[in-house]
Design a protein around this ligand. Sequence first.
Ligand code: NAD
Length: 370
Amino acid sequence: MSKIFKLLILPGDGIGPEVMTEVTKLISAVEKSSGAKFEITYDDIGGAAYDRYGTPLADSTLEVAKQSHAVLLGAVGGEKWDDLEFSLKPEQGLLRIRKELELFANLRPAMCFESMVDASSLKPELVAGLDIMIVRELTGGIYFGKPRGIETLADGTRQGVNTQTYNTKEIHRVARIAFELARKRDNRVVSCEKSNVMESGILWREEVTAIHTNEYNDVELTHMYADNCAMQLVRNPKQFDVIVTDNLFGDILSDEASMLTGSLGMLPSASLGEVDENNFRKALYEPVHGSAPDIAGQGIANPIACILSFAMCLKYSFEMNDEADKINDAVNNVLTSGYKTKDLIGNNEQNLSTQQMGDKIIEAFNSIGS
Ligand code: NAD
């Protein structure tokens, strides 16, 4: 009997629906090649949800998200909704779904396809074959810690306050995700903090070490200060396999790593939560880029980030590693053949529309292993 996976698709705003259309075509190709079935529900988020429901994320949508095996999201935001009050802005829909699904681990791969080495700001030999996974703690740390705010002191001086807190539970669960991922990759984890100057960093190091010793001592673990990690990422990025770090350092290090690989239109991401009673981990997959209002509606957006996000979904939610690898190979083959969307185009390369790029990738996907 074929497996049936419940997938909620939220195309969102701007280029979101355009790139998601290419993903839905690919889903049909994956169904044909694998025998798996995807039971898809489509709904709105962001500005599109505001227009339809009067809120950037309707409760009914959230309910479906909670019942789904995975959520696939395009992008949110746009000028049309800029004047809405803060709680109704499109981005609030995104923040709410991440919070309500308790997605505590953000996975950002930094992979450099052969044909993209020249798009990197680093020398080709430093990035060719690069394959790093950054695991960022997403729901704790200084972005959420209390006390926070801006206060006026007795002498009239103003003071801004944010607080970094981490507890053992928060550290353990994200560390486990990193170690599990490493086991499926090159079996190496680098844990980053600032234990030289922060107590929360000392606890982070101690607790990651404890989880490693007790549960994952087959995986190689190294500790690194976050500032050194930032430097090592541009000095010798290929030394890394999995990097696990807190919310603030992860925010910065994942953006830094992503630029090693070229364009924003190529970057997928996953956000993972706890395993539910049906043995599925709560998960949301989305491209790193936004709704790109400057090019929306022109049919020139690069759909690859969204397509690779779906490949991550196959791998991390549905254990369909072969199909996920086939998608990555198909993308690489198309790019290597000199087909690019406008954001990637170089000399002597063929400029494809969003739809043409989707079609080329599906064609390449279908020809692998056939
Ligand atoms: P953006 O990522 O939308 O665009 C930045 C630049 O990259 C633009 O020039 C855009 O044309 C280009 N770009 C982005 N994705 C591309 C793709 N797939 N193909 C080709 N070119 C691409 O960021 P922004 O301009 O800062 O924000 C635009 C809107 O998106 C804002 O409303 C912002 O709040 C929102 N946003 C949403 C998300 C999200 O949904 N996760 C993330 C970032 C920004």
